[in-house]
Design a protein around this ligand. Structure first.
Ligand code: SF4
Length: 475
């Protein structure tokens, strides 16, 4: 059977909030669609483009900014580099002019209100997150391409097998936790070293390390920005940003020039339990408030769950006294492999598995990463991931008004704390006596995902989304 090769840079990506499956994936799909047309030499002949959104993308697409993402993708703007402060202006310009510049080169009429359709009663069978792009050409031709946004920013074009990287032969093929443990035992390498050996298949060692540190830099800056930005989140729910208030309560009004001076000030406050707990919450809130504001975040493994790993990493850096670039890299490589195991054995898409697939997976990833850098054995690393997921099983996805705000933002604080507790439990335990394996919990999560009622899978048709009264203004 062909082996699915997933790199650390598939699991961790730099992007824009609020959602990897509803924003980043559709954005990438729109880019691919327009680049395909341009590659065929047909861009200048396009006369119209329409976008059809199905299933979960239709039901919660407005709150998740799917309409915004596909417009920016059709312009071939890049989510990694696009100026996040220009999102609103650019979308307003397209709406006012009723014109869009495809791939930044070819201008056509485009009215998002009619050219993007939210087909809330329709779903495509392969995956709940589906979107079809239709283009008409001056010579009378028409084309349609369907994509699926399958979680974590991954996309799959209809009838295309893109998940299997042809020709990639990893020295340590891993599909399950047992595979990973097998390679660790056989080589005597740590989890992160096994992962690094695999990454070396794609690129030189230093490129992997530099790339991982670049993602860490995005996480740090995102946390810093979020911890110093007050106000109300967009979308109409009027959710107040809390990270900056908590930041002020913890270290006062002084505004620090940069992340490093802020970090030193936090560290100087000591490490009593309540202080540490408040900071872990602050970091997670900060990242997810940035995510909800269309800010730049590191997808880890999704945008809705983007706060867990930065919060746990910063807990490690500040309160465990162990900061070094090597340790950050070890944490991220270990976390990525655990995310990859969940993606292969279950799902990282809330539209397939509810929030256990997002915050649950990010918590398991963070628990494994933390255990690795705190000196846990390979089996303790896997045990930590198992414990963290075991206590997220069955967690549903029911964002109020389809916005990645409630319960999402607070839920990241819970994911981070559970990760730290899981890591500590694993470090204090003998894995020989564990009753549940990581592979066992991956399978259980997938079974639970399949049994979960559809309304709890990113549709906003169940749970908090229907029990909390809101009044959103029409816009
Ligand atoms: S409830 Fe969880 S999975 Fe659903 S949008 Fe919020 S963070 Fe993502």
């Amino acid at each position: 059977m062909p082996h699915e090769a997933i790199s650390v840079f598939d699991i961790f990506k730099i992007g824009i909030g609020p959602s990897s499956s509803h924003t980043l994936g559709p954005w990438r799909a729109a880019q691919r669609f327009i680049n395909n047309i341009e590659g065929a030499g047909d861009l200048s002949k396009v006369t119209s483009v329409r976008v059809l959104l199905y299933g979960s993308l239709a039901k919660t697409g407005i709150g998740h900014g799917t309409d915004i993402a596909v417009q920016l993708g059709l312009c071939n703007d890049d989510p990694v580099t696009f100026d996040v402060d220009s999102v609103g202006t650019k979308i307003a310009d397209i709406a006012a002019m009723k014109r869009i510049v495809l791939a930044g080169k070819h201008e056509i009429n485009f009215d998002a209100r009619t050219d993007i359709e939210f087909l809330v009663t329709e779903s495509l069978p392969y995956h709940p997150n589906a979107l079809t792009f239709l283009a008409s050409f001056a010579d009378g031709r028409e084309i349609a391409e369907t994509f699926y946004s399958i979680g974590g920013g991954f996309i799959k074009k209809e009838n295309e097998k893109i998940l299997i990287r042809e020709g990639i032969e990893l020295p340590f093929p891993i599909d399950s936790a047992d595979d990973l443990l097998h390679w660790c035992r056989r080589t005597g390498l740590s989890v992160s070293d096994v992962v690094l050996e695999n990454e070396n298949t794609w690129r030189p060692d230093f490129e992997t390390k530099t790339g991982v540190l670049a993602i860490w830099e995005v996480m740090k800056q995102c946390t810093f920005r979020g911890s110093h930005t007050a106000g109300t989140l967009p979308g109409g729910l009027n959710v107040k940003r809390r990270a900056s208030e908590l930041n002020k309560k913890l270290i006062g009004d002084r505004r620090y020039e940069n992340y490093d001076s802020w970090l030193m000030a936090i560290r100087a406050g000591g490490n009593n339990f309540k202080y540490t707990l408040d900071w872990v919450s602050c970091f997670a809130l900060a990242v997810n408030e940035e995510n909800a504001s269309f800010g730049r975040v590191g997808t880890a493994p999704t945008n809705g769950a983007a706060g867990v790993i930065p919060a746990v990493l910063q807990y490690y850096v500040i309160f465990c006294d162990g900061y070094s670039e090597d340790k950050i890299i070890q944490f991220m490589l270990t976390a990525a492999e655990v995310g990859s195991i969940f993606k292969k054995g279950a799902t990282i898409s809330a539209a397939m598995g509810g929030c256990q697939a997002e915050v649950g997976v990010s918590s398991a990833m963070a628990a494994a990463g933390l255990t690795e850098v705190l000196g846990g054995t390979q089996r303790q690393v896997l045990m930590a991931a198992e414990i963290a997921m075991e206590h997220h099983l069955g967690l549903t996805c029911d964002p109020i008004a389809g916005l990645v705000q409630v319960p999402c933002i607070e839920r990241n604080t819970m994911g981070a704390i559970k990760a730290i507790t899981a890591s500590q439990l694993a470090l204090q335990s003998a894995p020989d006596f564990a009753k549940v394996s990581l592979d066992g919990v991956v399978k259980t999560m997938w079974d639970t995902a399949k049994d979960m009622n559809t309304k709890y899978k990113e549709t906003s048709e169940g749970g908090l989304a229907v029990h909390i009264p809101i009044s959103l203004s029409e816009c």
